[in-house]
Design a protein around this ligand. Structure first.
Ligand code: ATP
Length: 513
């Protein structure tokens, strides 16, 4: 199965099992907007809890807030979003499709990397045991030529983006002979800047309505509350403010399912530090965030850092955490050193003094900021991509299983009476009713036990608890594990402890030390 087929299957699976639905589907959906179903919302909530607790509980100096989505419109002038939150867009005149110019070029760069990888693989087959990859890459003329061309284009793109040179971006597309994937032609328009913020109006039109924006990031709600939190929480630098909430961007290249949405959710933490200490903290947060991802056990090699070609208008250092999705390594989280840009500008635009008095140095100053910003939906996609598997079993049957880490699984256990009589359903209900105060538990008595196991595998339930006639006699049940399908007899009294040992977030937090 190719990665593309795998991804298609995953998308279909998400719908079939109540994880993710297209928005307003009865009206044929709304592009790049999705709804979370009964399983998806549980997974999402667990991911948010993993993030929130790891930030606010495990760090004495980080507190949370929940700011409004609507903010005073001046906020977005101060933050630079009104002037500079743009994507460079280009249209193909034949297909009438619109693309991000930088994304077209990045796709071309990825193709060159694929070409090189193919050459290497061919040579590996040809040379067998004695193959020396490093030497081959350094000496093969064909690889060298492709790599040189790729690097040159890469450099040109970085220069054009940094200089905001739209004509130069277009020229790269022309020079690389990039064609529209739909029409196959190279009939391109000029490149134009397009602001990504959604606008709406407050107040009735008669009174003179004001344009306001749907926030494109949650961070500004933190910056405008810096003094409120610092003073009321008696916070001392360095300290952080965390927030989870919706953000909105009028994305043009809307594809890859929930990877790029127009309405999405962010988990952001702004960490305020002394000027001059920001690089030390930036490095520290890179490490901390990477270990948060890796603790989930999806394989350390599936993550990498990717430094930005073009620094955003506010940043002096920026890197992305990328995950190896079925469609390649892509950003899930950004870690940015935002300098004093935001607080400094809010001070300027609001006319209020936004400074911190440092009792250790006796000085007042505008703090510097290191931000960690992760998309909840990209995290959901990361977990689902890593978890999805189709397996052939020893008995010749197949199963689809979501190997979601037990701590994040939507349903922790299913209680299944072997038959619908002889008092087994009653005992199964009693077990469920005891466990439900602490865990999300399902009760299921329909169909054969094998079918019920399959249904639980498909939503990623780590434990199936089967109640049979022996249970009535000796107070034990069969516990079947999702990943190994191993079964063992467990006393009913021991169920709580067994589930807790696997689903408690504690086991993840222990890895973060
Ligand atoms: P990209 O380059 O993919 O557009 P970005 O660099 O603009 O992303 P940031 O502004 O750094 O993204 O936002 C922080 C995080 O928010 C991203 O790492 C991502 O997880 C998430 N995010 C941003 N835009 C979207 C979107 N349209 N849909 C879903 N998640 C998003």
């Amino acid at each position: 199965m190719t990665q593309e087929e795998l991804f298609k299957k995953l998308v279909a699976h998400c719908k079939e099992y109540g994880f993710i639905f297209p928005s307003s589907e009865i009206y044929d959906g709304l592009s790049a907007v999705y709804d979370y179903g009964q399983m998806g919302v549980e997974l999402k909530n667990n991911i948010k809890k993993y993030w929130w607790d790891s930030m606010t509980r495990l760090h004495d100096n980080i507190v949370g807030i929940d700011a409004a989505i609507f903010m005073h419109p001046r906020t977005w002038e101060a933050s630079g979003h009104v002037g500079a939150f743009n994507d460079p867009l280009i249209d193909n005149r034949d297909s009438k499709k619109r693309y991000r110019a930088d994304v077209l070029i990045e796709d071309w760069l990825a193709k060159q990397d694929e070409k090189i990888a193919k050459e290497v693989e061919k040579a590996r087959k040809r040379f067998g045991e004695s193959f020396d990859e490093e030497k081959f890459r350094a000496t093969s003329p064909r690889v060298a030529e492709t790599a040189a061309r790729r690097d040159a284009v890469h450099q040109r793109m970085a220069d054009a983006l940094n200089a905001n040179d739209l004509e130069a971006l277009r020229q790269i597309i022309i020079d690389c002979e990039i064609a529209c994937p739909i029409s196959g032609t190279r009939n391109w328009t000029e490149v134009r800047q397009f602001n990504l913020m959604f606008e709406t109006k407050v107040g009735s039109v008669a009174e003179g309505a004001n344009t306001i924006y749907l926030r494109p990031e949650t961070a500004q709600g933190i910056f405008v509350n810096f003094l409120n939190v610092q003073k009321t929480g008696r916070m001392k630098l360095p300290f952080g403010i965390a927030q989870i909430g919706k953000a909105f961007r009028n994305e043009i290249v809307a594809r890859q399912f929930i990877f790029r949405m127009r309405e999405f959710e962010q988990m952001e933490m702004q960490f305020f530090v002394r000027p001059g200490e920001e690089m030390m903290w930036w490095n520290k947060w890179k490490e901390t965030r990477m270990s948060w991802h890796r603790a989930l056990g999806f394989g350390d090699d599936n993550y990498r850092f990717h430094d930005h070609e073009k620094l955003a208008h506010y940043a002096n250092a920026a890197t992305d955490v990328e995950y190896n999705f079925p469609f390649g390594f892509k950003e899930v989280e950004g870690i940015h050193s935002r300098t004093d840009f935001d607080l400094g500008n809010h001070q300027k635009f609001s006319g209020r003094k936004i400074q911190y008095f440092d009792p250790e140095t006796g000085e007042s100053y505008v703090p510097y900021v290191v931000e960690t910003s992760i998309g909840v939906d990209r995290m959901v996609l990361q977990v689902l991509s890593a978890a999805f598997a189709e397996e052939k079993l020893d008995n010749g049957e197949e199963r689809t299983v979501l190997r979601i880490p037990a701590q994040l699984a939507p349903v922790k256990a299913a209680v299944l009476p072997l038959v619908k009589k002889d008092g087994l359903p009653e005992l199964a209900h009693r077990i469920k009713n005891e466990l439900k105060f602490d865990y999300n538990i399902q009760y299921d008595e329909k169909d054969s036990i094998g079918k019920r196991y399959r249904r639980q595998d498909a939503i990623g339930t780590p434990f199936c608890i089967t109640v049979d006639h022996q249970s009535l006699e000796d107070g034990t049940v069969t516990v079947r594990l999702r990943d190994t399908m191993e079964q063992s007899r467990v006393a009913i009294d021991a169920l709580h402890g067994l589930i807790e040992s696997k689903v408690s977030m504690r086991s993840l937090f222990d890895k973060l030390k």
